[in-house]
Design a protein around this ligand. Sequence first.
Ligand code: BES
Ligand code: MN
Ligand code: ZN
Length: 503
Amino acid sequence: MRIEFVGGAKPLLEATGAAAFLLGEGDVHAALSARLDAGASEAIERAATAGGFTGAAGQSLELFAPPGLLANRLLLIGIGELAKVDERAVELAAARAFAQMKASGGETLLIDLGDLPSAHGAHAALGVRLAAYRFDRYRTTEAGRGKPVASATHIAVSRPATAAKAWKTLEALADGIIIARDLVSEPANILYPEEFARRVKELASLGLSVEVLGEKEMRKLGMGALLGVGQGSVRESQLVLIQWQGAADAKAAPVAFVGKGVCFDSGGISLKQADGMEEMITDMGGAAAVVGTMAALAGRKARVNAVGVLGLVENMPDGAAQRPGDVVRTMSGQTVEVINTDAEGRLVLSDALWYCQQRFKPRLIVDLATLTGAIIVALGKNLAGLFSNDDTLAANLLAASAASHDALWRMPLPSEYDKLLDSRVADMKNTGGRHGGSIIAALFLQRFIGQVPWAHLDIASTAWKPASTVPTIPDGASGFGVRLLDRLVADHCEGRRPAPASS
Ligand code: BES
Ligand code: MN
Ligand code: ZN
């Protein structure tokens, strides 16, 4: 998908494929007559009125062979009251225009932003890039209407150079989101821990430094919990460390992102039921979001030091697999009785979180994990759970969430529930009963956190959307977390702004 910014009113008149015009509520007459000659503008306005189109947000109307235009289709896209139109409204309107064009098999799209600020053109481009996402690497027989052929989108604004400049930053974000979606979409026979690590290494070209630890190194470090999860798999477990040095002070403490990367979660000996198990190829969604975030930060040269830590394993049943009842020793020295081998994400994270703190002494840590089915029960499919030991970090994440539209809901960490993790034989067990499952999982993680401001995002609810209704999230992998963390860094961790740490 090529995206270009073009200037003035001419592109709308000259487009030959599909043309979309973003129109504000109550502005239809003025906008049309400013762009088209009197006859054409009158005819299109009549069609709009007949179709009930007023320019309200969310409205769209498709006209064929529109008078006065070379385009074979004209899409009128409503963006609501002009005075209230923001970047998000433009992003969604452009995404809707693209989806409509794709559905009708068009090849090219021209989106005319009318008199909206030129910088909004970059947000239209973001909407188109995200809406155009499709994971079709393994479709070999698709042809004709089934296969979208969309190849180029032109975005018309008054000052194209302004839009192009704003797009430079946003394009890095779009790339990061798409990297995360691709990783989540890949099946587990292709994307196992070593292959995941190899793909991360390719991102060194962005200026990221990437280090990979194998099982031998992790054994030396004493990562018995992470290694226990992977021991039933023929694939070798990996710990991947990604670093971005963008702060003026090279020694400034980094922000750290830690991701659960279970490339496939069969449940292990505590085997999951067959129905829906295929979705467990997405159980590395936390690690994918960390990779996408690091790529976005590097791509836009964020003025921050950041590290990403990925715990990559495959959770399989096998003669060598760990058993319920096994006791493992974590890198922290604490021991864990494994009650259920399907509660594996917290075991992986316990060692990844500990290593992250020991090695990098970060100023804050955010971990992302498709950790519990219980978070879906609690919050549904549009909200991820936020758990934090630090009110400032939590507030900053909620602000970044509101600004980025990666929706979070804060959940509690009640200390009186912590004893549910007590074990008969070890320092703790890895499950604490059926009730409050997401909270218990977060309390388990907290046992591996020292003094650092920390937040845990349970994204089991949002990483994968089999039936998305948001035009910028085609069904499937959402890339949830990338926008959120990029925004957290941009608004709270870069430049001379104070760090979110409250301690
Ligand atoms: N990967 C799953 C959680 C999950 C469920 C992610 C649905 C995405 C969609 C996790 O490893 C898991 O199996 N959790 C168990 C924990 C239980 C055994 C305490 C769960 O949620 O049932
Ligand atoms: Mn599991
Ligand atoms: Zn899992």
